[in-house]
Design a protein around this ligand. Sequence first.
Ligand SMILES: NC(=O)c1ccc[n+]([C@@H]2O[C@H](COP(=O)([O-])OP(=O)(O)OC[C@H]3O[C@@H](n4cnc5c(N)ncnc54)[C@H](O)[C@@H]3O)[C@@H](O)[C@H]2O)c1
Length: 285
Amino acid sequence: MNKYPVQLQNGTAVITGAANGIGLEIAKHAHQLNMNLVLADINFDQLLRFKEDLLLTESKTLLLKTDVSQEAEIEHLCIKAYEKFGSVELLCNNAGVSLNRLSWKHSHQDWEWLMNVNLFSVAHGIRYFVPRMLEQGTPAYIVNTASAAGLLSTPGMAAYNASKHAVVTLSETLFQELHSIDAKIHVSVLCPAWVPTQIHLAQRNRPERFGAHQDPSDPVSLQYEDRMSNAVQAGKMSASEIADEVFQAIEKQQFYIIPHRKINSLIEQRHHEITHLQNPKVSVS
Ligand SMILES: NC(=O)c1ccc[n+]([C@@H]2O[C@H](COP(=O)([O-])OP(=O)(O)OC[C@H]3O[C@@H](n4cnc5c(N)ncnc54)[C@H](O)[C@@H]3O)[C@@H](O)[C@H]2O)c1
């Protein structure tokens, strides 16, 4: 019996940032459900290795080298997914990159890189896939990967925080719109805290057109960078556990996916500060 609100078994999953970390584990989980996999990543070699490791077959797999910061590549991803499999049951707008430094040390190109990869990729994913999902007539599910950083405002991550807050509100807006037209498309937003992946080494994937990565030179930014790197590597929930949470949430049609429940008190504190007009409590790094 199908326990999901969409036909995942034998359906099609499109996952961006599928070559590593959370995206890779979502892809493994989808594979266990016998889904067709459309895997998109800027790192094509790593996608190929994944395909070989899991003995994925040609007929059930489509690997696409995709730079999600480019609208045309998301359009291409959508066209190719529908061309090969005819419908998409699960879209995970997951690819993301991070950067740590003081707000005023982010360059214009830093902002463009983070906003294009973390936010515009999700906006374009919605722009291209939702109309096709509405047309396909069968239910579909969209999971947008935001972050705990989309619910809080940790210092040292201005562009990351801004991009992830935007993904949360974009997802909330989409949720309401789809409900208002009775669409058979469900949405969730994934907001994990620290997960041991390679996110702290995101500069490895910085496309040239956003300029070369510059290491921060001031001591405070360096401290922020170290703090994030240590926190990611010490993350208590694995990417595989995060993927499990995603599929449990799909089953329950649960919109907010917040695997690290410990951040609840911080979310409540922020909301308390807002509603009581209190100044933000300063985090100690
Ligand atoms: N790891 C964490 O602590 C954490 C916490 C909260 C949210 N997240 C979010 O989870 C998502 C996945 O990150 P992760 O932790 O698995 O990191 P990761 O670096 O291990 O994996 C990210 C994947 O995205 C790909 N990618 C990067 N830029 C791309 C681009 N321009 N086009 C296509 N693919 C690109 C990378 O090649 C990589 O395979 C991101 O959106 C991240 O912001 C991560």
